[in-house]
Write a protein of this length. Structure first.
Length: 261
């Protein structure tokens, strides 16, 4: 009886082992077939090309917005310091100091042949004691320019890097543009929508600034009948009416949008 029971267990175990041994390769093969069928090389290439375009656009935008530093000599009013010296170290009647001034001027002309702020502000990189004040004023009063935020389509043909010199090339966009333009691969070439006409700061909404219509939240203010709304433009606020309009912040009548429908 013991021998018979052992034999039955041995046969059952052997059968199970054989099933696992011969079935495993088939299961792995079937799994590989499923994985291979899900890997679309063309779609993967499209993702790679889009990633390149987005990275290139970000690089160009950063290079445009980060200004080349100006010369410390020009900002430090160097000629006034040299002229304030009353001695000549070479006992040559002051010609050595004149030579130092000339060398500094030559250096500035060669290394910084553009206006202050890396070519983005007025005033030259020369010995002008008002330079640093003018540079700070230009940087402080620089306004937002929405055209600096390029779509992928714009970035492929427009180089925003123009100061102090134009780069003249936006990079190798040919293959990415062609790949993104292929049909049947999902998103179109440039599916980005910044909604700048809706969410731009009030001062950037056009020659006659106007707030966009508010977005209702579904909440009634204070449990009453006046509807709550969010104004998408910075610088705009609800006027607090039952069907609120978005108006210039601090006002209930200036630059107003239409009322909530």
């Amino acid at each position: 009886m013991v021998s018979s029971g052992f034999c039955r267990k041995f046969v059952a175990f052997s059968t199970l082992f054989a099933c696992i041994l011969f079935a495993a390769p088939q299961t792995a093969s079937a799994a590989n077939a499923v994985i291979d069928g899900a890997c679309d090389a063309a779609f993967m290439d499209k993702l790679r090309q889009r990633a390149w375009m987005e990275a290139q656009r970000e690089i160009m935008t950063n290079q445009q917005m980060i200004w080349k530093p100006d010369s410390v000599l020009a900002l430090g009013c160097y000629s006034q310091w040299i002229n304030a010296m009353t001695i000549s170290f070479s006992d040559d009647g002051g010609s050595g100091l004149n030579s130092t001034t000339n060398q500094a001027s030559n250096y500035l002309s060669a290394a910084f042949p553009h206006s202050l702020g890396g070519g983005n502000a007025s005033g030259s990189n020369s010995s002008n004691c008002a330079n640093i004040n003018n540079l700070w004023k230009a940087a402080q009063c620089k306004n937002l320019n929405l055209s600096q935020f390029l779509t992928l389509k714009d970035a492929s043909g427009t180089d925003p890097r123009v100061a102090p010199n134009s780069c003249g090339s936006t990079g190798s966009w040919g293959t990415p543009v062609s790949t993104m333009g292929t049909t049947g691969l999902g998103a179109p070439f440039d599916s980005m929508n910044l909604f700048t006409s809706v969410v731009a700061p009030l001062s950037e909404t056009g020659s006659t600034p106007k707030c966009s219509v508010g977005i209702p939240t579904g909440v009634l203010i204070g449990g009453g009948t006046n509807r709550e709304a969010v104004c998408p433009n910075p610088g705009c606020s609800p006027d607090g009416a039952a069907n609120p309009k978005c108006c210039k912040s601090g006002s209930t009548s200036a630059n107003c949008s239409a009322a909530l429908p």
